[in-house]
Design a protein around this ligand. Structure first.
Ligand code: HEC
Ligand code: HEC
Length: 429
């Protein structure tokens, strides 16, 4: 098994050693590119040596890293169960919402809305689930340290599915196809006799969904084909990209500085940054982001260090157990992946921007950006890009769209019988 693409100890963080608490232990190590990419695209022509060295850190996606906290992570029977659960509306209070309501295959596993709408309306934009298994922290503020613990959260969230865990498990016990899939994955029906059993079964349900989500990875994009051919010395590699995309690439890894945060195979450093984005109503930032969840991640019974983890003393658990809240995490959000980003407008944690043009205009002008005190990222400087340069950057982002996840995972599962008609269960109809 290969090592995870990140390592401990974390970068700017200081870990609790021998009871001595240090501050700001909330950050994640920068993702290391896998060794195989030491070479990467060869410089020459329009690609200078400095840019080529940076591009080498953004190789095609490797296989998803192992997740030792989930012993079913790569289990096919668990992934099949997770596939059924992801698309089952019976697990929500209204019998109308499933994970795919906000993570729809047709919309790049997002939903085209600025703010998520489930049983209620949320305060954040639905992020794509595509390639999420490559991340280190999950959701915009990173309030989950594993993919399986994230998967348990939407059920009980009032704005999302609003269903207590015991009710979710009761639905599994009542649905013959779910129960059969569960039994095949876990060797018996979900245990629900005590509160501890309910929690343990709920964690298993999260692990099955995570096993499914680990299959939601995208295939090669034009950028990846270019990267691979150019790394192999193919003299015609450049034909994979248009002229606009090549100029956009040079900007992305050059004077526009995007690679500073969007680096690694998933175009994300896995870190949290404050861009000072205005709220959707134009006012100054009100969402505390990373700052508000650090204590929650550290104490969450569903975290990597908790009783339901399969690796409670491993590296992920150690980092979570040592997180410390520090005021300079206020307003920070996780760097999103840019893979398949053209498929998932609108953009940013509250859907602030309708299009990639708007995102690039923001980075160019920093219009509306709010510098709170002194700590807005010093790396973000006004780029003052020309209209042509902005178009080129957007064109480059379009070259990051890879093929959809393989079937059957990439779409709703075939159910043995039609999913229950939501209206039929609603006495009001
Ligand atoms: C009502 C819409 C809604 C529903 C239903 C929903 N999600 Fe989400 N999802 C979101 C939003 C919004 C976020 C970002 C949350 C945040 O940052 O606060 C998110 C984030 C995520 C992420 C994090 C991706 C990343 O890169 O970190 C994953 C994974 C995910 N959801 C999976 C699921 C699963 C599994 C289900 C069903 C059990 C589900 N979601 C149900 C809206 C929804
Ligand atoms: C300082 C780190 C940093 C730099 C530099 C940076 N980004 Fe980002 N990027 C982020 C973070 C963090 C977010 C999410 C911010 C939020 O929602 O509050 C983001 C969001 C985005 C999004 C929205 C993605 C989505 O799914 O909503 C796009 C597109 C994007 N960046 C492109 C770029 C481009 C192009 C550049 C260069 C011009 C760039 N970024 C430079 C950190 C950075």
């Amino acid at each position: 098994m290969s090592a995870r693409p990140w390592s401990v100890p974390p970068c700017r963080a200081t870990i609790v050693v021998a009871g001595v608490v240090a501050s700001a232990a909330a950050c994640t190590p920068i993702q290391r590119a896998p060794e195989a990419t030491a070479s990467g695209p060869r410089p020459g022509g329009w690609l200078d040596a400095v840019t080529a060295a940076r591009v080498a850190r953004n190789p095609p996606l490797p296989p998803v890293p192992p997740d030792p906290t989930n012993r079913w992570a790569d289990d096919a029977a668990a992934a099949h169960l997770g596939h059924l659960l992801f698309f089952d509306v019976g697990l929500s209070a209204t019998q109308t919402v499933n994970c795919a309501t906000c993570h729809a295959p047709a919309y790049g596993f997002s939903d085209r809305r600025a703010l998520a709408v489930g049983v209620g309306t949320g305060t954040r934009h639905s992020m794509t689930v595509l390639n999420a298994a490559h991340q280190r922290w999950f959701t915009w503020d990173g309030r989950a340290d594993t993919l399986w613990s994230q998967a348990t959260q939407p059920f009980e969230s009032p704005a999302e599915m609003a269903t207590p865990r015991a009710t979710v498990l009761a639905h599994v016990l009542e649905d013959p196809e779910l129960l059969e899939a569960w039994t095949r994955a876990f060797g018996g029906p979900p245990a629900v006799a005590t509160r501890n059993e309910v929690d343990a079964s709920f964690a298993q349900l999260g692990k099955a969904i995570a096993a499914y989500e680990r299959r939601l990875v995208t295939g090669p994009s034009a950028y990846d084909r270019w990267w691979t051919r150019r790394a192999a010395g193919d003299p015609r590699a450049d034909e994979e990209l248009t002229d606009d995309q090549r100029r956009g690439l040079a900007l992305f890894f050059g004077k526009a500085n995007c690679f500073q945060c969007h680096h690694g195979p998933n175009f994300s450093d896995g870190e949290f940054h404050m861009l000072g984005l205005p709220e959707p109503d134009g006012g100054p930032p009100r969402d505390p982001g990373r700052y508000a969840v650090i204590d929650r991640v550290r104490t969450d019974p569903m975290n990597a260090a908790g009783p339901h983890s399969d690796d409670p003393r491993g590296p992920i658990a150690q980092v979570s157990a040592s997180l410390a809240r520090s005021p300079d995490r206020w307003g920070e959000f996780r760097t999103p992946s840019l893979r398949n980003v053209a498929e998932t407008p609108p953009y940013m944690h509250a859907g602030q921007f309708a299009s990639l043009e708007d995102v690039v205009r923001f980075y160019s002008t920093l219009d509306g950006a709010v510098a709170l005190d002194h700590h807005r990222e010093s790396v973000l400087v006004r780029l003052d890009l020309t209209a042509r340069e902005r178009r080129d950057l957007v064109a480059f982002l379009g070259a990051l769209t890879g093929t959809a996840p393989p079937m059957p995972w990439g779409d709703a599962p075939e159910r043995r019988r039609p999913a229950p008609d939501p209206d039929a269960r609603n006495p009001g109809h």
